[in-house]
Design a protein. Structure first.
Length: 126
C-alpha cells in the first residue's frame, strides 16, 4: 500500500493506493475527506497504524490559507473569567452559609419579627 499526504490549500488529505484502488481517509461524522492542518498529526496516525513509509505531495499547499481552516471559537478568556467568577461566588456563598450556621449553633440569632421591625424602621427613615 502506498500512502500520500496530499496538500489541498493549507491542509493535507490522506490518500492511499490499495489493491482494490484508491482510497481517502474520511471524517466519520461529516463523510468528507479528513483534513490535517498539521501534517505531523497525519504522520503520527500513520505510525499508529503501522505504516512507516509515506509520500508528501505539496504541489497545492498554500499555508497562507491556514486562517481559513480555523473554526471560530467563543473568546476563551471570557469563558475562563466567567468560570473563575462562578467559583469565587460559590466559595463566598459557602462561607456565608458556614458563618450563619456557626452563629445559629452559638445562639447568636434574632427572631425574624425583630429583624423585620428594624428593617421597616430603616426603610421609613430613608
Amino acid at each position: 500500500m502506498t500512502v500520500t499526504l496530499k496538500a489541498n490549500g493549507a491542509a493535507f488529505a490522506m490518500q492511499a493506493e490499495t489493491r482494490r484502488g484508491d482510497a481517502v481517509l474520511v471524517d466519520s461524522r461529516r463523510k468528507q475527506p479528513r483534513m490535517f492542518a498539521d501534517p505531523r498529526k497525519a504522520l503520527m496516525l500513520l505510525r499508529d497504524m503501522g505504516i512507516r513509509n509515506a509520500k508528501l505531495d505539496t504541489v497545492a499547499w498554500q499555508p497562507e490559507q491556514a486562517d481559513i481552516l480555523r473554526k471560530p471559537r467563543p473568546a476563551a478568556a471570557a469563558q475562563m473569567k466567567a468560570a473563575h467568577e462562578a467559583v469565587a461566588h460559590d466559595k463566598w456563598f459557602r462561607q456565608q452559609v458556614g458563618i450563619g450556621l456557626t452563629d445559629m449553633k452559638a445562639g447568636n440569632v434574632r427572631p425574624f419579627s425583630e429583624f423585620r421591625l428594624e428593617f421597616e424602621a430603616e426603610e421609613s427613615a430613608s
